[in-house]
Design a protein around this ligand. Structure first.
Ligand code: CUA
Length: 199
């Protein structure tokens, strides 16, 4: 009902009073809801700001760096140190690098039913590493070491594509993980230091 109609109505004054009262009630409720929604917005912005500041100001749990320019010259990622090794404490460690457009080693050899640590970095740009049939999905960022552990239940070969666009040859950047029987792996390891599939 518009205002014109109200004024022409013989009971105009009463109707107008009623309508003004309900208009006030409506306005009050509207203001209250506006305040509630503003409060929600302010709260969400506050939470986003607080967590952002917290993340930026706290150091990460653990960051390890490796200079991509000298990977092949010095440190744990020199070529002779890449592949799978059984460390002095009996743990199995895989060291590898990703570069445009391959992984070194191209094929990672690991024993089944064994906790395995991976330490991998990039020699140039950001790469990804995904091991098919597992939940392993890591980023390889130049300058930083990606570390994770995994265990493979049964002997099997998994493909290991790069899953981060890294340049024109990205789609050809594939590696493999070959899981073999633990006893067979341990036999091979006694003969040589670092293992890859092609040894
Ligand atoms: Cu490396 Cu995509």
């Amino acid at each position: 009902m518009s205002h014109e109609n109200l004024r022409e109505n013989p009971h105009g004054p009463i109707m107008t009073e009623n309508s003004e009262a309900s208009h006030d009630v409506a306005a009050r409720i509207e203001r209250r809801w506006a305040m509630v929604s503003m409060a929600i917005v302010v709260l969400l912005v506050g939470i986003a700001a607080a967590t952002g500041i917290q993340h930026a100001s706290m150091p990460q749990g653990r960051v390890e760096t490796a200079d991509p320019k000298t990977l092949h010259l010095t440190g744990e990622f020199i070529e002779s140190n890449l592949g799978t090794a059984v460390e002095a404490d009996g743990s199995v460690m895989v060291r590898a690098i990703g570069q445009q457009y391959s992984f070194t080693p191209q094929c990672v050899l690991v024993p089944a039913n064994t906790p395995i640590s991976f330490r991998i970095t990039s020699a140039d740009v950001v790469h990804g590493l995904l091991i098919e049939g597992t939940n392993i999905n890591a980023m390889l960022v130049p300058g930083y070491i990606s570390e994770f552990t995994a265990s493979f239940r049964e002997p099997k070969e998994h493909v290991m594509p790069c899953q981060e666009f890294c340049g024109i040859g990205h789609q050809g950047m594939w590696g493999r993980v070959k899981v073999i029987d633990k006893a067979a792996f341990m036999n091979m390891k006694s003969a040589r230091g670092r293992l890859t599939c092609v040894d």
